[in-house]
Write a protein that binds this ligand. Structure first.
Ligand code: PEP
Ligand code: MG
Length: 758
């Protein structure tokens, strides 16, 4: 264990800093006193504090040793000089001859010309860089490891104080890239539809409520020791299979925990931080912050996964210290603010208080997004700098329809928004009244409306929405949400629950559609240059049939005595369909052989998700008993436009006449072969697109539960034959401008003329 009594001067420095920061007076005076204390303590000629401005430039906020006139005047542009180097790397920089460093830049107003020894450390909070703290000396000088350590400790304390909002006034904060108090609207990505008004609750496991500086360093060291000991014991208990296994971490993750919990480097860093005068909690936080900053920039998913494990371990250590944020303080209408969040973590929050989720990162296909949609929580994501702009208690408006978040809105904005919330509620109430009404067009065409599902939480929505069944059950969600490979028994259990919830209503189970962006964290995989065109879905299932075979057994077992509908994803060739069907036949025989109760009826279908299979449809339909158009994928491959890439979203448009012709071809071929064909991609849940699908001849749609109401309302106002005739004409026209815009405009005009409810 490191020497507990070393660095007495630096410990004294932390005590001084605490006194300075606790003193009354203007922030500037306190910051001036802070840099003076650091310079004196470290025998440095200069100590300077730079804070990052909202435009990413670095402003000199306080200095001892440089020209005081340069304070709030010197602005380093993003990446400039040695300070810029620290911003870029988020690492300390310790150099004895600063002017020789390639990144050195000279600012005459600071008169820093004669300085040589340089040590700078990032001011980090939660892995985010708020500023840079430097010391310099006239002579060439190598600052010691203890100096680096001490400056990092001060910078951590400073980061907490600055970001707590206690130090700087609202005006001052406006010039720092931290937490401005003014109203702001941020535009991000729509992840889950809906509107919500509420109070921000920042979910930031790094937020410490305990003092940062040790009252008694010996006591803190002892507390840290005890917590590490408890942590190791709890991780060992997990490893030996004791404690809560249901929903607990997987074997791989536990092994990673064990490795980190015994990692000498990690433990040394913790001891060093506590030995230098930080409280036990602050020591854990400091070491975590360093890892986070280093790994946040890592693109490699494996590294990011390890970062997650390490963070989790740090959280566990904080829990042993009794320092983690309590969820009991959740406000009534909570808008949960997080950098990112895991699905299981999201489910830990009290649903009755949670109104929406706002994420700094996040993506529409993330697992948390899937859960949020199932919970009908509006979600907006991709909001850079979000965590720095929001404080607990801020009023937030979440517009999941447009992907906009308003922070601390003024009264007028809030009122307009609340009117929209009321209108939306009324619209939803009107949909609920349609619940038991059959979906029939005005000219008498019956349309089957089912829901897409994949989670247990989706199941009650079958009854609530009045849907006629589950048109697409995405079985891979169970695999994605679990932190281990679900065993056959777990799969059977889920499928059984789906059958129970569905009662007499049909359910179409799609076999595992993994790969591409749906990567299982607990299964090793190779990175592919082009995942959407890579080893996914059927390709994976047939190359490594083990997973599929276990799944088929689970499906057969769960369906004993009922009708089983199975559908294969991403079929490209007839051979693939046959191979999958063969596996199913083998498993059926096997289960029958072992005396299991068998399904009373088996229907086997195929997704239509590749243009390749569209042009083999007649042949496929000789063998597939039904098909479902996975328009999300089909359109991505048809337009060669990645469905995950927001930059090409505009190029992915079902109104394109070529695309409409292809969809019309599918409907016509299925009708001629007398095979049921549904559409289950997102377009089926959008009113205008769904109207065109029905006009093209589709009579089954499977949509997100929240879309059942609006789509039914549209169907009830639609004349299928009349729109079909019009559409055929629009597709054939050669407009001057863009052909898809032409079809869209024609449809809007038609809707207006005929009172079609889009
Ligand atoms: C589709 O591709 O349209 C589809 C329904 O499948 P998923 O969105 O799960 O890929
Ligand atoms: Mg698909």
């Amino acid at each position: 264990m490191p020497n507990k009594t070393r660095q007495p001067e630096h410990r004294n420095l932390l005590r001084q800093i605490r006194e300075i920061m606790a003193a009354a007076g203007a922030a500037q005076n306190r910051l001036d006193a802070l840099v003076n204390a650091i310079a004196t303590n470290m025998h440095a000629d200069v100590c300077s504090l730079y804070l990052r401005r909202p435009d990413a430039s670095m402003e000199l906020w306080a200095t001892h040793g440089l020209d005081p006139g340069a304070v709030h005047v010197t602005l380093l542009s993003d990446g400039e000089g040695l300070v810029g180097e620290i911003v870029r790397t988020a690492q300390p920089l310790n150099i004895s001859e600063a002017p020789n460093h390639p990144a050195f830049s000279f600012h005459p107003e600071t008169r820093e010309d004669p300085f040589h020894g340089f040590l700078g450390v990032p001011v980090l909070r939660g892995g985010r860089l708020l500023g840079v703290l430097t010391v310099q000396s006239r002579a060439a000088r190598d600052y010691s490891d203890d100096d680096v350590e001490a400056l990092q400790n001060v910078s951590m304390v400073l980061a907490e104080i600055v970001s707590s909002g206690d130090l700087l006034s609202a005006n001052e904060l406006a010039n720092v890239a931290l937490r401005p108090m003014r109203a702001e609207a941020l535009s991000g990505r729509r992840i889950s539809d809906g509107l919500a008004v509420g109070t921000a609750f920042v979910h930031d496991p790094g937020r410490l409520k305990t003092p940062l500086i040790a009252e008694d360093p010996e006591v803190e060291m002892q507390r840290l020791e005890t917590a590490i000991w408890d942590l190791r014991r709890s991780v060992d208990a997990l490893y030996l299979g004791k404690g809560n296994r249901l929903g607990g971490p997987s074997r791989d993750v536990i092994e990673a925990y064990r490795m980190f919990a015994n990692d000498q480097g990690w433990l040394d860093r913790l001891h060093e931080a506590a030995g230098s005068g930080l409280s036990a909690e602050a020591s854990v936080e400091r070491v975590r912050g360093e890892h986070r900053a280093r790994l946040l920039s890592a693109k490699d998913p494996y590294l990011r996964e390890r970062l997650h494990d390490l963070e989790d371990l740090a959280n566990r250590l904080l829990r042993h210290l009794g320092a983690v944020e309590g969820l009991e303080a959740l406000p009534e209408d909570t808008i949960l603010i997080a950098r990112n969040i895991g699905p299981a973590e999201l489910l830990e929050f009290d649903r009755s208080k949670l109104k929406a989720l706002v994420l700094e990162e996040g993506s529409p296909t993330s697992h948390a997004a899937i859960v949020a949609r199932a919970l009908r929580l509006p979600v907006v994501g991709h909001l850079t700098g979000l965590m720095d702009r929001i404080s607990n208690g801020d009023t937030i408006l979440v517009d999941g329809e447009q992907g906009v978040v308003s922070i601390r809105p003024d009264a007028a904005t809030e009122e307009v928004f609340r009117e929209r919330v009321t209108e939306r509620r009324q619209r939803r109430a009107a949909y609920a009244r349609l619940r038991d009404k059959p979906a029939r067009t005005m000219d008498g065409q019956r349309i089957t409306l089912s829901i897409n599902a994949g989670l247990r939480v989706d199941l009650p929505q079958l009854d609530e929405s009045g849907a006629e069944g589950v048109g697409l059950f995405r079985t891979e969600f169970q695999f994605l949400l679990s932190d281990h490979l679900p065993r056959q028994a777990e799969q059977t259990q889920l499928y059984h629950a789906v059958f129970e919830a569905a009662g007499d209503r049909p359910v179409v189970f799609r076999t595992l559609d993994l790969g591409g962006d749906k990567v299982l964290p607990y299964v090793a995989h190779e990175r592919e240059p082009n995942p959407a065109l890579g080893w996914r879905a059927m390709r994976m299932a047939l190359d490594r049939p083990g997973l599929l075979r276990y799944q088929l057994r689970a499906l057969i077992e769960a369906s004993g005595g009922r009708a089983l509908n199975i559908m294969f994803p991403l079929v490209t060739t007839l051979g693939e369909f046959r191979a999958a069907r063969h596996l199913l036949d083998v498993e059926m025989e096997r289960m029958a052989h072992f005396g299991h109760e068998m399904p009373v009826k088996l229907r086997v279908g195929s997704m239509i998700e590749t243009p390749a299979i569209v042009w083999q449809l007649e042949d496929l339909l000789q063998e597939a008993e039904f098909v479902s158009v996975g328009a999300n994928d089909l359109l991505q491959y048809f337009f060669a436009a990645d469905r995950e890439n927001a930059r090409v979203a505009e190029r992915y448009d079902m109104f394109n006449p070529g695309c409409l012709r292809m969809l019309g071809h599918i409907a016509a071929v299925c009708k001629a072969a007398d095979r049921p064909a549904s559409v289950c991609g997102e377009v089926a849940g959008q009113c205008a697109e769904a109207a065109l699908l029905i006009a093209l001849g589709f009579t089954e749609l499977s949509v997100a539960p929240a879309a059942v109401g609006p789509i039914k309302r549209m169907i009830l106002s639609l004349d299928q034959k009349s729109l079909g005739t019009e559409l055929a004409q629009w597709i054939g026209e050669s407009p001057m401008g863009d052909s898809q815009t032409h079809v869209r405009e024609k449809l809007l005009a038609y809707a207006k003329k005929t009172n079609l409810s889009l």
